[in-house]
Design a protein around this ligand. Structure first.
Ligand code: UT7
Length: 336
């Protein structure tokens, strides 16, 4: 018997209502709307309201995905949540999500692969389905960056790019041999040598005798650190590499792809990659202008917007590619 392939049967997204424009940020740090737009393409992003929790975002995105699939939380066999901005140090955000969904013993866990998290999560869900262990796996990318960034002159290079949001995809086993929709190929990569080029080091169990103290906070080591140009250079090399590797594995060519979804780190990165690869703008979707960089939530938010806008039709080939902290880079290709 053919091993089941995972297909996406519902997508959902959620971003908080609170819009933060570049001008809003310019009131709190030495930056400008012009600088941010020119270097990143970002016009605004969303931040949570006081009291909102990461699991609230993940839960809203999940409910939309379940509604699209016409299923309920009890139909989910396993939850994989991807994040770099966990609600608590432990346990992972997935446990708070599981509780909010009213589930009592559905397995859940977090995947930590930063901006490539969603594609890593898809690979995990795909593996579970392919092996026959589960039939339906929820993969949710969920990030709250706004409470972790340094909104001051010192943190301005990193702070302006991030936003909060969540995106979800429900995977289901497709064992109908006459239906060729589903995930075709996924490729994952990482290079830990560059872990410190984009990271938050504290709180961390690498510190002794405590994970966080006033000194670490005074030294601002609980805020993200990024060597922006270094990261940029690696992103524009690794994304085309892994995208082509994945298409090749699926015996597809660039021309076969109907929609390219790239991680939303910086619009200039994606424009560079598209130009380098000869991908026309109309076959690519970006939303960083409205949401900023939502790390592992960026790609599922893009996917949900594409699905709901009618841009995706049955049989369409969709390519998703990411690059982020770790370093990690990954690509997935699916038939819708
Ligand atoms: O999602 C995970 C992966 N992340 C990425 O892929 C991000 C990759 N990197 C980037 O997108 C870009 O490096 C940034 C958008 C983060 C920064 O852009 P950049 O063109 O690389 O700027 P830079 O850090 O080299 O700084 C250029 C200048 C500096 O001033 P001087 O030294 O030339 O006088 C910075 O101090 O721009 C200054 N600057 C700013 N000015 C106004 C840095 N940040 C800001 C700011 N507003 N927010």
């Amino acid at each position: 018997m053919m091993k089941p392939r995972a297909r996406i049967i519902g997508t959902g997204m959620y971003v908080p209502d609170r819009v933060v424009t570049n001008d809003d940020l310019a009131k709190r740090m030495d930056t400008s709307d012009e600088w941010i737009r020119q270097r990143t393409g970002i016009e605004e992003r969303r931040y949570i309201e006081p009291g909102q929790q990461p699991a609230d975002l993940a839960s809203a995105a999940t409910k939309n995905a379940l509604e699209a699939a016409q299923l309920g939380p009890e139909d989910i066999d396993c939850i994989v949540l991807t994040t770099l901005s966990s609600q608590a140090d432990f346990p992972g955000t997935s446990f708070f999500l599981q509780d909010q969904l009213g589930l009592s013993d559905t397995p859940c866990f977090d995947v930590r692969a930063q901006c490539s998290g969603f594609i890593y999560g898809l690979a995990v869900g795909n593996g579970f389905i392919h092996s026959g262990m589960y039939r339906r796996v929820l993969v949710v990318g969920c990030e709250v960056h706004s409470t972790g960034i340094d909104i001051s002159d010192e943190g301005r290079d990193v702070a302006v790019i991030f936003g909060d949001g969540a995106g979800a995809a429900l995977l289901e086993a497709n064992d109908d041999e006459s239906d060729d929709s589903g995930l075709l190929e996924i490729r994952l990569h990482a290079e830990g040598k560059f872990a410190k080029k984009l990271w938050i080091e504290a709180p961390g169990s690498g510190f002794w005798p405590v994970r966080i103290n006033h000194e670490l906070i005074d030294e601002r080591r609980h805020f993200p650190y990024m060597e922006g140009r270094f990261v940029f250079k690696h992103a524009v090399r690794r994304m085309p590499e892994v995208l082509l590797e994945t298409l090749h594995a699926a015996s597809l060519k660039l021309e076969d792809v109907d929609l390219f979804l790239f991680h939303q780190a910086n619009l200039r990165i994606n424009e560079f990659v598209m130009e380098q690869m000869g991908i026309p703008a109309e076959r690519c979707s970006n939303n960083i202008q409205r949401y900023g960089n939502c790390s592992s939530a960026s790609i599922p938010i893009l996917l949900d917007e594409a699905a709901r806008s009618g841009r995706l039709e049955p049989g369409h080939i969709v390519s998703m590619t990411s690059f982020g902290s770790g370093f990690t880079w990954a690509s997935a290709v699916l038939r819708w």
